[in-house]
Ligand binder design. Structure first.
Ligand SMILES: [Zn+2]
Ligand SMILES: [Zn+2]
Length: 188
């Protein structure tokens, strides 16, 4: 009963604020604090993070170092076997792969803080205080809700969702391109 009273109290406070300011400000007396979970977020635009770094970033660091060392190693072999121009081609492939990886690693997978004030029904997520829309899933590893959740990828250190699924597919394609091109260059 006390909780119910608290809800009504909260509603009336918000309505009062709306009436006085004309704008519904969500950071009212309850002072909504965005739940970041196990993520590091930065470069906010309209209250939404553009970049997020997930909890498994050390694995991503290992992956990017492996990609850089692997690219250098493969291009050195190609340089010895086939010459400078072929090795430059291999380095270019490696650069594309690294850029694609960094884009998935940094981009917000679908964390959205705008749906907080009405998070009072059974479809809401308690830790995030967000309304769970269809396709939104609370990742236990990242401890945050992600819209259009696809899966949690430990290699990029975080979730793949609607915000970075295209970048993730681009990364997979660039990996396939890198692998095929370098195989051909080694065999020449
Ligand atoms: Zn959540
Ligand atoms: Zn996750």
């Amino acid at each position: 009963m006390k909780q119910l009273d608290a809800f009504y109290q909260d509603d009336s406070n918000q309505i009062q604020q709306e009436e006085t300011t004309g704008v519904l400000v969500q950071e009212d007396d309850q002072s909504f604090k965005p739940h970041y979970g196990n993520n590091c977020m930065f470069r906010f635009d309209n209250g939404q993070p553009q970049f997020t770094i997930g909890p498994h970033w050390p694995l991503s660091l290992c992956a990017i170092i492996s990609i850089i060392v692997g690219t250098y190693f493969i291009s050195s072999i190609i340089h010895i076997q086939s010459g400078l121009w072929y090795s430059l081609g291999s380095i270019m492939n490696g650069l594309i792969l690294e850029v694609c990886f960094l884009r998935v690693f940094l981009k917000n997978p679908g964390v959205n803080f705008t749906l907080n004030s009405v998070a009072r029904n059974e479809k809401s997520c308690q830790p995030c205080k967000l309304v769970k829309e269809q396709g939104t899933y609370h990742c236990s590893k990242c401890d945050i809700c992600v819209r259009g959740y696809d899966h949690h990828c430990p290699w990029v250190g975080k979730c793949i969702g609607e915000g970075n699924i295209i970048e993730f597919q681009m990364f997979l394609l660039s990996f396939l391109f890198f692998f095929t091109c370098n195989l051909i260059l080694v065999m020449i």
